[in-house]
Design a protein around this ligand. Structure first.
Ligand code: MFN
Ligand code: ZN
Ligand code: ZN
Length: 581
């Protein structure tokens, strides 16, 4: 079919289109230059005059699938009462506020204009579960990063200096678990947590494996480029959520400085003006949670300015913010000890899991309060992450959903970064530490719709190597489009209610050329895709590596044959061919 989105103000940063009035044409799911007069007659037409048009939203870090997400759903019945959704003739019923059910999360994202979401932490042994939940999440094109920073094989290979074998192992793991990129969570520390310990320094060797966080980060960053991966190494740094953690964060970012990026995918690139390939060697997740100075919660301050200065002066880092809008959250992470810390602080019910030979995780409910000094500071720090880094192509807007708050709070975050008046309003309502202990109060920067399109579409897509089809309205891109009922000519940052309203419910969400949501209501449910990296390495290398893996696989409680995730677990499996050097 065909569709024409007419006369909207278009914001498409990958094509340097900044609010021009244009028509967007889509045929068979892809953006095309034009449609014939006959095709136009048959087309669906969206009249977007007076409205804002952007590529569909892309979320490069949101916890939406897999065992820890499901644990969050199971351990919080109270979360289900808060919001529930009645079944319609088209849509499934659903419930959940901070951790919605799979159906609801698909509808909620689409209602806000998002079409693509990547799950940031898939444990290899549980990849099937993660894929089943991605498969069941309607409307969203998805993919996930594989948790590898505390993997027995990798820690052993890296410690023994066997970089090539480690790279071959990672390539095999990507294919085997149908995942898209490399994730590293609290490197070397989660292994120690199996023994009730952690690591607190980049050069502290963990027990048994005797490998340091620095060695793991360096090894994985090098492997990432050697393999030609779509995504930079995706790092959840050590000491997360500890006062004083900003120094280890900054030092971690220095490790891959100088590792040359080599993204080598076999894809058809959509037309873009800006080079759509990734140019960063490290993606630091949820900077806010890693940006505290001080020694205790009583003396902590924001260290985001210091990290932002470093990032402003270097070109190899991209971050997502992990903003914390106030309210309820469910904190979930592969970083088990970080959850234990929050348990000792709050006494809330919590869960912790060890995934044999591979990784771990934890989950705990958490509420960010405007009356709380630290939570107010955290709110300010999340916004600092997006406003103190000068180049928007180095930042991505997230709440690390549901860690800082659920993704349905994005409209608030979008409005805070666009409106100083809205920030002032919140400063007035929250604890004074937000102002006293961060630099946010002195920031008068207000992002434009063009900047916003970078932070929520173009840059997440470019960063994770999806700009060949996402985050762009260039010819050949996927026909994913958001139309917001917002007239850029009449945009008034002081009228933040209008911004909030426009962002909460997109006027139209178009996915693959089909209208899927109108004013927040789901109107169709086209098929979705799952992307993963099929990394090609030499057969002989793989054989040799597998002989070793099979030998050690005796220690798994699972048979080797039951380890892989077959393609049938994926919705429209879409391998990205990746060529190792
Ligand atoms: C991400 O995985 C991911 O997430 C993330 O909540 C995570 O009391 C895992 O509640 C956190 N302390 C305080 O609020 C401040 C200290 C307190 C004190 O101890 O003294 N200070 C005051 O009360 C100030 C009093 C003066 C004043 O100014 O009012 C705690 C509390 C907290 C702190 C709580 N920390 C946790 C933060 C959340 C989530 C970390 C990590 C999180 C982990 N990825 O005159 C006057 O004005 C009086 C002034 C007052 C006075 O001095 O008395 C997954 O992949
Ligand atoms: Zn994380
Ligand atoms: Zn996260």
């Amino acid at each position: 079919g065909t569709i024409a989105i007419k006369n909207g103000y278009v914001f498409d940063p990958l094509n340097e289109i900044n609010g021009e009035i244009m028509n967007i044409f889509i045929r068979d799911g892809k953006v095309v230059k034009e449609l014939s007069a006959a095709e136009i007659k048959e087309s669906k037409i969206i009249d977007a005059s007076g409205m804002t048009v952007m590529p569909g939203g892309v979320d490069s870090h949101s916890h939406v699938a897999g065992p820890k997400v499901n644990t969050g759903r199971m351990m919080r019945p109270e979360d289900h009462y808060k919001e529930n959704l009645k079944k319609t003739s088209l849509t499934h019923s659903g419930s959940g506020y901070t951790v919605p059910s799979v159906y609801k999360q698909g509808y909620d994202y689409a209602a806000m204009g998002y079409t693509t979401v990547f799950e940031p932490a898939i444990p290899p042994l549980e990849a099937r579960h993660a894929h089943e939940e991605m498969h069941a999440t309607p409307l969203l094109d998805m993919g996930g990063y594989l948790v590898l920073g505390n993997n027995f094989f990798l820690m052993r290979y890296l410690r023994d200096g066997e970089l090539e074998r480690a790279a071959t192992y990672v390539a095999w793991m990507m294919k085997t678990h149908k995942t898209y990129g490399i994730k590293c969570v609290n490197p070397a520390g989660v292994e120690n947590w199996a023994w009730g310990k952690n690591v607190s320094d980049l050069d502290e060797a963990n027990i048994h494996f005797e490998i340091t966080p620095r060695e793991v980060i360096k090894g994985l960053a090098e492997i990432n480029e050697r393999l030609g991966m779509p995504v930079p190494l995706h790092l959840h740094a050590n000491n997360l959520g500890h006062p004083g953690c900003y120094t280890i964060t900054k030092d971690s970012l220095k490790i891959p400085d100088g590792v040359k990026t080599r993204q080598n995918m076999d894809v058809e690139w959509a037309e873009t003006k800006i080079d759509p390939s990734r140019d960063r060697s490290i993606y630091l997740a949820h900077l806010m949670f890693n940006g505290f100075t001080g020694t205790t919660w009583a003396d902590c301050e924001s260290g985001v300015k210091d990290i932002a200065d470093y990032i402003n002066n270097r070109d190899h880092v991209v971050i997502d913010s992990g903003c914390t809008p106030f309210g309820e959250a469910t904190v979930m992470t592969g970083d088990g000890p970080a959850i234990h810390d929050l348990y000792t602080l709050t006494g809330n019910k919590w869960s912790n899991t060890d995934i044999e030979m591979e990784c771990g995780s934890g989950v705990i409910p958490f509420t960010y309060l405007k009356s709380n000094p630290v939570h107010s500071l955290q709110w300010a720090m999340g916004l600092e992450c997006l406003l103190l880094i000068n180049d928007p192509w180095k930042t991505i807007m997230t709440t690390d959903s549901p860690n800082g708050g659920p993704f349905t709070k994005y409209p608030e975050v979008m409005t805070w970064i666009m409106s100083e008046a809205f920030r002032k309003q919140t400063f007035g309502e929250c604890h004074k530490w937000a102002n006293d202990r961060s630099a946010l109060g002195g920031v008068n920067r207000e992002l434009s719709l063009y900047d916003l399109a970078i932070l929520t579409r173009a840059n997440p897509a470019k960063t994770i190597g999806m700009a060949h089809r996402k985050g762009s309205l260039g010819v050949g891109a996927d026909g994913d489009v958001t139309v917001y009922n917002l007239n850029p000519q009449q945009l008034d940052a002081n009228n933040y209610e209008a911004l909030l309203q426009a962002f909460r419910k997109a006027e139209y969400t178009v996915k693959g050329g089909e209208i899927v949501a109108v004013k927040g209501e789901i109107v169709s449910l086209p098929e979705k895709r799952t992307y993963y990296s099929e990394v090609h390495v030499e057969n002989e290398r793989e054989k040799e590596m597998l002989a070793d893996v099979k030998e050690w696989f005796r220690y798994y409680t699972l048979g080797f044959a039951n380890y892989p995730t077959p393609e049938k677990y994926l919705a429209n499996p879409t391998p990205i061919q990746v060529n190792c050097e």
